[in-house]
Design a protein around this ligand. Structure first.
Ligand SMILES: Nc1ncnc2c1ncn2[C@@H]1O[C@H](COP(=O)(O)OP(=O)(O)O)[C@@H](O)[C@H]1O
Ligand SMILES: [Mg+2]
Length: 254
């Protein structure tokens, strides 16, 4: 039954070899982890919803000229993406103080920042994803100054676009995390958005009630986690018909 080769199993997704060279299949799991993997659980239906939400957001970004790894959704839990050379840096863009940022600077959670702040964290489970500066990134060769220029300007464009998109559906984009990768095409290299954009990687607060609609509901045991992910999908107009039930296998559907 070994249909294809598994390349990597992460905390939220599994990567398989794709049907053509240079492609990968991203399988979205229901597994959730937090606090550097010390808290683990399952959010039923999360994989189905994140697959849809990330597809939707990557497509919208593509339409405004932001290059992404997304090719097409294959089924309820899988999407085809371009294989990229992942830059081992998590890029966080913050509009409002929350989480570790609020703690680090002793700012009340929910306080708007004077301007959007972009931070870099080195992707390393062993080291607990430490905060790093451009100096560390260029000195260790994780990315060049030119890569970082591209990453910064893409991140700010994405922030403006997603902030507006979410505001239109009554959601405040508090902060979000991006991963970028290098995509080579005939000796030309482009930096593209990779991984996923979903309530796992964004802080999303209802504009009226302030209610959290993201993975903080899981991290902080706030309950109604599944419902929050569903509500984000519903407001985006992409709740899978019949609810986020699973399909038994990776059946291709269009
Ligand atoms: N287009 C891509 N090409 C290669 N690797 C990717 C691509 N998009 C995402 N990845 C990597 O695949 C993994 C996704 O699985 P995930 O469960 O999120 O892993 P992790 O536990 O490392 O966060 C991440 O390590 C991410 O960097
Ligand atoms: Mg991940």
């Amino acid at each position: 039954m070994a249909r294809r080769r598994q390349i990597y199993e992460g905390k939220a997704k599994v990567l398989f070899e794709g049907p053509e060279p240079g492609t990968l299949v991203q399988y979205f799991k229901d597994d959730a982890s937090a606090n550097n993997n010390t808290k683990r659980g399952v959010i039923t239906g999360k994989g189905v919803l994140n697959n849809r939400i990330s597809e939707y957001l990557m497509l919208r970004l593509g339409e405004m000229g932001i290059p992404t790894h997304f090719v097409r959704r294959l089924n309820m839990r899988e999407q085809l993406v371009r294989e990229v050379e992942i830059i081992p840096v998590e890029v966080i863009c913050r509009n409002v103080a929350a989480g570790t940022f609020a703690k680090r600077f002793n700012i009340p959670e929910g306080q708007p920042l004077p301007r959007s702040v972009v931070e870099y964290y080195y992707k390393s489970d062993e080291l607990d994803d430490p905060l790093v500066s451009e100096e560390h990134i260029t000195a260790f060769g994780w990315a060049t100054p030119q890569d970082l220029d591209d990453i910064m300007s893409l991140t700010l464009r994405i922030n403006d676009f997603l902030s507006g998109l979410f505001l239109g559906i009554g959601i405040r984009l508090v902060d979000f995390r991006l991963e970028f990768g290098r995509l080579w095409e005939n000796d030309e290299m482009r930096i593209v958005v990779a991984d996923e954009i979903s309530p796992d990687s964004c802080r999303l607060w209802d504009t009226k009630t302030g209610e959290k609609m993201d993975k903080d509901r899981f991290r902080r045991d706030l309950g109604r986690v599944e419902e929050a992910y569903q509500e984000v999908a519903r407001r985006l107009g992409i709740l899978p018909e019949g609810g986020p039930r699973d399909l038994k296998g990776p059946e291709i559907m269009q």
